[in-house]
Design a protein around this ligand. Structure first.
Ligand code: SF4
Length: 419
């Protein structure tokens, strides 16, 4: 591989990872800050040298407290939104908990509350209650049984104080649960998907005679197993969810293996393994166009073709807007892949699937060429080998990355314009 080709491939992978990281950071910020971002002034009670708060994108989902030199002084977490279902006397309470550099609780304070003001004041005035968790570790707070620990609440503000206590324990439990749920779970579904993916890889690279005949049988397996039985297709809704919330690799290792093969094989070895072998909708289109009479084929005029080929890229742009603004829009409705989950498929998804399959009677793989954003993403990372050049797709991807950076850093201004 020449240096130019290696650089191009690193550029493409870098763009993909950078956009995914921006989406992840953006949603972590929205999730953690919610409608009331934590300010440095709120933590100086425990950390007098604090000058900045650094968002923690890990499972604990809080903020590192830093001094001017960037040294870590401690950590803070707020109980909302995770504890938004825990009601006190007449509403929810947002509490801020501080932990020292030894990961032990220093104290808590109420940031805001919908509860009765006098009750909230009583809670914060009760010195004994305020020290309930002081000195405890993450694990000790998360596993705390409030009744057994003798946490009875503050006299005159029992419901409010117990809601604060439950909110703190719940928040630590959520953080600990997310931190600990990282063990691989290989179920039958994952093993099946890994086997079919491996067969697809073999089909991609083998040169054995009879390969084309086996591939035709394999396409039916892909439609039946990956499509209708498993429903584990790569789609914008799945990739956006992974970028936003992280990959559930420990829960869906089979799907992760499929996705890794789909992106890494074309990136490293030029072969579009997912689109050629493993996508049920691609296989269905290929089967239909194989059986459609050749006389039905129509040529798409070049000017129309040029316009249509822009559609997948425009859909990717739309997806970026939806996930960064964020808009309340179901990304599954812009692709046909949910149609394979017949019972839960919506009208839009089914329509795109049916129209795409019908179109292939006249234009082979019409949907793949002119409508598929997921295919466009996989095609973007695919190497073209020694003749590879910096192309329009690379410029477009660079522009998308700049747009994502702008939307992430200027989020408030964007929301004001579009929402
Ligand atoms: S372009 Fe889209 S529909 Fe076609 S094979 Fe690839 S992922 Fe499937």
């Amino acid at each position: 591989m020449s240096a130019r080709v290696a650089f191009l491939q690193l550029y493409r992978l870098g763009i993909l990872l950078a956009v995914a990281w921006l989406v992840h950071a953006h949603h972590a910020r929205l999730r953690i800050e919610g409608d009331a971002p934590v300010r440095v002034s709120e933590v100086t009670l425990w950390f007098s040298n604090a000058t900045q708060l650094e968002l923690d994108l890990g499972a604990h989902g809080g903020f590192h407290v830093l001094d001017q030199s960037g040294a870590k002084l401690g950590y803070v977490i707020r109980t909302l939104p995770q504890a938004e279902r825990i009601l006190g006397y007449c509403g929810i309470t947002d509490t801020l908990v501080a932990l020292g550099s030894d990961d032990r609780v220093l104290g808590f304070k109420i940031r805001s509350s919908e509860d009765t003001k006098t009750h909230v004041g009583d809670v914060m005035a009760d010195r004994h209650f305020k020290k309930t968790w002081n000195g405890l570790t993450w694990e000790q707070v998360a596993s705390m049984d409030l009744a057994k620990a003798g946490v009875e609440g503050v006299s005159g503000a029992t419901k409010t104080s117990l809601a604060v206590a439950e909110g703190i324990v719940h928040r630590f439990r959520v953080a600990q649960g997310e931190a600990q749920a990282k063990t691989w779970r290989w179920g039958a579904r994952d093993i099946g998907l890994a086997i079919v993916t491996t067969l697809g890889l073999w089909m991609t690279f083998t040169k054995r005679p009879g390969r084309e005949r086996w591939r035709r049988w394999f396409q039916w397996l892909v439609i039946g197993y990956i499509g209708f039985l498993n429903g584990d297709l790569l789609a914008q809704s799945l990739l956006a969810g992974w970028a936003k919330s992280g990959i559930a690799w420990h829960q869906s290792p089979g799907l992760l293996f499929l996705a890794a093969a789909a992106f890494l094989v074309p990136w490293a070895a030029k072969r579009p393994v997912y689109c050629q072998q493993l996508c049920p909708h691609g296989a269905a289109q290929e089967i239909i166009s194989r059986h459609a009479p050749v006389r039905w084929r129509v040529g798409v005029p070049e000017s129309v073709e040029r316009g249509l080929r822009c559609l997948p890229a425009l859909l990717l742009l739309f997806v970026l807007f939806v996930i960064l603004l964020p808009l309340d829009f179901d990304l599954a409705t812009i692709e046909p892949f949910d149609a394979y989950l017949i019972r839960s498929a919506g009208v839009a998804t089914l329509s795109i699937a049916v129209i795409g399959l019908l179109a292939t009677l006249w234009v082979p793989k019409a949907y793949c060429k002119y409508g598929c954003p997921t295919g466009a993403l996989l095609e973007f990372v695919r190497s073209r080998g020694v003749g590879d050049r910096f192309e329009r797709r690379d410029i477009a991807a660079g522009v998308l990355l700049l747009l994502a950076i702008f939307m992430h850093t200027q989020h408030a201004a964007w929301r004001a314009v579009f929402l």
